[in-house]
Write a protein that binds this ligand. Sequence first.
Ligand code: GLC
Length: 738
Amino acid sequence: MSRSYSSISYLAAFFMLVCCTRIEALERADLNERVEEILSAMTLDEKVGQLNQYDVGESDLKKAIAEGKVGSVLNAVGAALTDELQRIAVERSPHHIPILFAFDVIHGLRTIFPIPLGLASTWDPESIETMARISAEEAGESGVRMTFSPMVDVARDPRWGRIAEGSGEDKTLGSIMARAYVRGYQGVDLSAPTSIAACVKHYVGYGAAEGGRDYNTVDMSEGRLREIYLPPFKAAVDSGAVAVMSAFNTLNGVPASANDHTLRDILKGEWKFPGLVISDMYSIRELMPHGVATDAKDAARKALLAGVDIDMASGVYLDHAAALVRGGVISLSMIDDAVRRILRVKFQLGLFERPYVGDERDANKSLTAEKRASTRAIAQKSIVLLRNEGSLLPLSKSVGPIAVIGPLADSKPVMLGNWLGKGNADEAVSVIEGIRSKGRDIVLFNKGGDILNDAIDGIDSAVEVARKANVVIMVLGENVDMSGEAASRANLNLPGQQEKLLEAVVATGKPVVLVLMSGRPLSIAWASTHVPAILEAWFPGSEGGNAIADIIFGDSNPSARLPVSIPRSAEQVPIYYDHLSTGRPTGANTRYQTGYLDLEISPLYPFGYGLSYSDFEYRDLHAEVLLSGDDKVKVSVDVTNISQHAGDEVVQLYIREPASTIARPVIQLKDFKRIRLNPGETRNAIFDLNFNQLRALQPDMSFVVNPGIYRVGVGSNSAKLLEAPFEISPSGAIAREK
Ligand code: GLC
């Protein structure tokens, strides 16, 4: 019987799959065997040594490594240093177990990319993966084999400075980005010298700190935890992330580094996470100020019982874990499980076979043109065009004298953000440099005085410079130390007297382009109605000034979309798009509805919002339920570029669900696609929504597909959607129960 080609190929594919699975199984068995072989030869003290992570600055580091008291080292970067320390471990420590070197490679190591909030603004997982891949290569060559990234904390309170480090307010966007980070860092072969372990953080709920105050109390229902805050962690773990970092905060009264519910019940239990859990810095010792541990030994006990495998820098495991086992308080099997997880990761990284880096390639000595091009291209995609009245942008080629004004206009450090790895600010391109590099007409410059620190004596000279120009580019916002860790702000306004500088320059009547640089959304209510063109550039990386100039002069068409809502004022916070309807939603024709007497309830700019130099029109939205083998809803829509500019559109798909036992968000993002359209071009965008994406939380914490009428919304942001209904029958919904 002749077989069609396709059946032979299927047979071959099946055979390959079986082989690969078998090879993986053999490799896993071999790896586990090697782990057990080492473990069985280790003393209790040597096992405890693997649970201890030292900072590179510890005075007795080399001695402790030689004695087998250090399993991993934080903040050691550079092949010469890591190889020197590694040689001590491999040649002199009791079982020659290699050290795992870890560092915060958050958005680049030498080549710095936009901060994660800017990366999320690209709505482009490929860009994230590219960034992570380049970061991993630079880190691997520097001896670093684990990064404390991705940070996947959902954040709905921009007063929290660490909103800068994550992917914003939405769990779906955050989950898709989390997967891309892990793919980029860990690559297709984690044992390759240019792959690094992803350590996803901060587990869990850190972004929901009360008042946006860093390290503060987090209290939420189990339902909200499972529906909003856990999914990005699950996405990272399902993508193979081999490490998870426990957070500083309490969750419902229990500190994350002593929380056996989140660590043992959910992460290691329900999810069967095989990797290692590392505490955040000193967070085990901080169980004492939290008031849940009576002393350091009690803190060690609580963290071990909860399932924290590595103590980052607080030393309490090294001091007390062995005594806890000898005293019968902690079982030896618990220590063994932690050591197994750590050794497994070290084997997966190939550290036993290849513990040394050798000569660090020149690539890490300076920024190559190729890497500059890469970070510049991603930065272009991260800059959000918020306003463009009268199409002031892009500036025409012969715009005449340009005034560049503002405290951040010539700043290089501001390009790198607050987790700048081993980035060198001197190599960064400032805004004024980017604009001058366009070789345009006269470029005048004035900082506006020490405006960030409340000085206003520089405003008059700035205004004089503005009067001499045909157009003014103002570069305002936050310095890098005004966001990130321990940098919460009570208000979201432009810091210092920048608003006064802005109003004075706008009063000259000159057309103004406002470039914002910040680690969080800023409440620019006055600018939003008085400044014709506004860009949010976040902190855009080593090539930030060039990317901003590319957008301003039209060499790049803006395509970024907000990963966070921008509030009108901090008084609105928390504000996020996927809120509940309430029983008295806004819009009803009555006073008796939710909202404020003195402030509009809607955000200044909504989640998913961003303008382009192109203009896109949506038509013919269809949704069809296909109850075939893999139950799905096929959604299609025509998107047309009705402008004269080729551009990228981020087509966003949201769902409104039918009534459910637990109230559902008014809408939720389920998928998105970036599509490039030439002038006049129409594309039929198709989404296959599987039923798993429609499941709704139930009182017993299960997620099921409700029958009923759904509405799918597709469009360019969460507040501008074309809608169409579709129905899932009771039988269809039940089909998902199997
Ligand atoms: C910091 C941060 C964490 C970082 C760690 C190591 O305190 O909370 O995000 O990865 O310590 O630097």
